[in-house]
Design a protein around this ligand. Structure first.
Ligand code: MSP
Length: 534
């Protein structure tokens, strides 16, 4: 069995969500990326690692400038308003981020300029004419062949791409063709999952073109040093938001300071639509600046609703706040983590949502705990039996499944297979339900077989405890309730909880239920959900 790391030997793990555009309040796509990132961050902390979890907002550029204009607001005022809705949503989703990086933060400008300077000195920036079709919603130039017949881009079908013909500063991406190909070859884990990696390989194989990193007629951005008619292209500025986020609050905003503690970032978690920026442009910019590269870019899939693409113009958006108000954060987190294989596209359907939550959390897990605690009250005055894990025979089916569970689940979490982690845990829970039904402790009690009864109750409650522990990155509130009812005073919402004591690290092992402890009054942990029509 793998032994879990001693908490005093911490590994550092820095991860990011994308910095979200503030053209509108957050949608379910941004909520999805953020909840997955939060689960990864919580998992790393549970394993005793030292974590820096970065999220934030991308606030410059033409798209935001136009949105603010259309509302008659100063861009900064508009950004401030939208940012507060992100903060509110992350709070309601129970997201434990460490840094919220805003690209309009004054300290960010110096970092952008410093990196620009390095790339400039490398000879990788030049002035030239930029001609092409631009999708403002994507903030990206598109090839004519990428556009639909009506001239819109496939992602923003309600908006026409616009023709641009202006002088811009360019970054010599083409110079890094070979270096990038070597990177992908030598570090296959750099882009995940494999399907996304192939997409990037195919794109790069076609030959990389230099890309423009400045704009002439966009005032909402940082000016290019020595040529203030130009502002930075929003993506050049945005990617560097990850670096600025690494600064400690009181630190002087220099590149050196920013990179000292947490660089390189371990994981950029993003949606598949922005893979090119993260897996091609970003490493090339860093190579040009002679900086180490992030360890991994993971591109997740897209969400649909009832099998259809979501969009305001399509009239079928899914409001994350509304969902949270109806069902609570644990339910929402569980559905998206359990139902969708990370990396694949996934669908939201409210009936399926309610069914899954009721089956897994209300029935299989919740009822199991509740009825077992009910029996413990009746047969043992709510006192945990005088047993430890080693008192149970090795061939007991629950012990057998439980004992290797942490290792299997650990592999799933570390490989971002959250759906499989949930399945594996639920399999133990289902085995417990079957075990109770088959061993019928109520009959054994009537026959006066007290120690057999106690053993069954111990086995089930210990399995529920371990399951709650392993599910805690996904459903922390529910895990808290379970732990409380099992007589523990641990709080999974307490940051750096995993680092606290050796005792907590041991909770990964099967057989940690306290001996002879009297338990508090039991109450259902997860109320059955009703399908609400609005
Ligand atoms: N501002 C850039 C990122 C800059 S990072 C330095 C951006 N922002 S975004 O707000 O448009 O996108 C945020 C994330 O939401 C992206 O990861 C995107 O893939 C994701 N999603 C947008 N719609 C989505 C779905 N329908 N489903 C899942 N995720 C989707 O891009």
């Amino acid at each position: 069995m793998t032994s879990f790391k001693n908490p005093s030997f911490k590994t550092k793990f820095a991860l990011t969500t994308p910095l979200y555009y503030v053209n509108d309040i957050p949608h379910i796509g941004s909520a999805y990326t953020t909840m997955v990132a939060d689960v990864i961050a919580r998992w790393q902390r549970l394993c005793g690692n030292s974590v820096l979890f970065i999220t934030g907002t991308d606030e410059h550029g033409q798209k935001i400038q136009r949105t603010a204009e259309s509302k008659g607001l100063e861009p900064q005022k508009h950004c401030d308003r939208i940012v507060s809705s992100f903060v509110e949503l992350w709070d309601k989703l129970n997201i434990q981020y460490d840094r919220f990086s805003r690209t309009t933060a004054p300290k960010h400008e110096g970092i952008v300029q410093e990196l620009f300077q390095r790339v400039w000195e490398k000879g990788d920036i030049y002035l030239a004419q930029q001609q092409g079709w631009y999708c403002v919603a994507c903030e990206e130039f598109k090839e004519k062949r990428e556009l639909l017949e009506d001239g819109s881009c496939p992602i923003h079908t309600n908006r026409q791409a616009e023709w641009r013909d202006e002088e811009n500063y360019f970054f010599r991406l083409s110079k890094y063709q070979q270096a990038l190909e070597t990177l992908y070859q030598e570090k296959p884990e750099f882009i995940q999952p494999a399907a996304r990696r192939n997409e990037v390989l195919n794109f790069v194989k076609q030959g990389l073109q230099d890309f423009s990193i400045s704009r002439l007629n966009v005032s909402w951005g940082f000016p290019i040093p020595n040529d203030p008619n130009h502002t930075f292209y929003v993506w050049f500025d945005a990617l560097l938001g990850y670096v600025t986020a690494l600064l400690e609050p009181e630190q002087e905003p220099t590149l050196e300071n920013a990179l000292a503690q947490w660089w390189p970032i371990n994981l950029h978690l993003i949606g598949k639509d922005i893979l090119r920026f993260h897996a091609v442009y970003w490493p090339a910019m860093l190579m040009s600046a002679d900086l180490p590269l992030p360890k991994q870019v993971f591109g997740h899939g897209f969400l649909t609703k009832d099998g259809h693409k979501m969009g305001k113009s399509l009239g079928n958006t899914l409001d994350p706040l509304e969902l949270l108000e109806k069902y609570g954060s644990d339910a929402v987190r569980y559905y998206f983590l359990k139902e969708i294989e990370l990396g694949k596209d996934g669908d939201f359907n409210e009936t399926r949502f309610v069914n899954i939550l009721n089956a897994d959390l209300a029935n299989d897990l919740g009822n199991l705990l509740n009825r077992t605690l009910g029996m413990l009250k009746k047969y043992s005055q709510s006192t945990l039996p005088p047993l430890t894990g080693s008192d149970i025979a090795e061939d007991n089916p629950l012990k057998q499944r439980g004992i290797g569970l942490s290792d299997r689940v650990k592999d799933f979490y570390n490989n971002y297979c959250f759906d499989r982690a949930c399945e594996e845990i639920l399999a133990l829970i289902r085995t417990c339900n079957k075990y109770i039904d088959e061993s019928a402790p109520w009959k054994l009690y009537q026959q006066g077989k007290q120690s057999e009864v106690e053993q069954i109750l111990y086995l089930v409650l210990e399995s529920v405890r371990l399951s709650a522990y392993l599910l805690s990155p996904i459903i922390p509130n529910l895990s808290n309730k379970i732990y409380q009812q099992l007589g523990f005073a641990l709080d999974f919402n307490q940051k750096n909880f995993g680092l606290k004591t050796e005792l907590q690290a041991n909770h990964f092992h099967w057989g940690k239920l306290p001996v002879n402890q009297n338990l508090p009054k039991a109450s259902p942990i997860f109320a059955k959900l009703e399908l609400c029509s609005n």
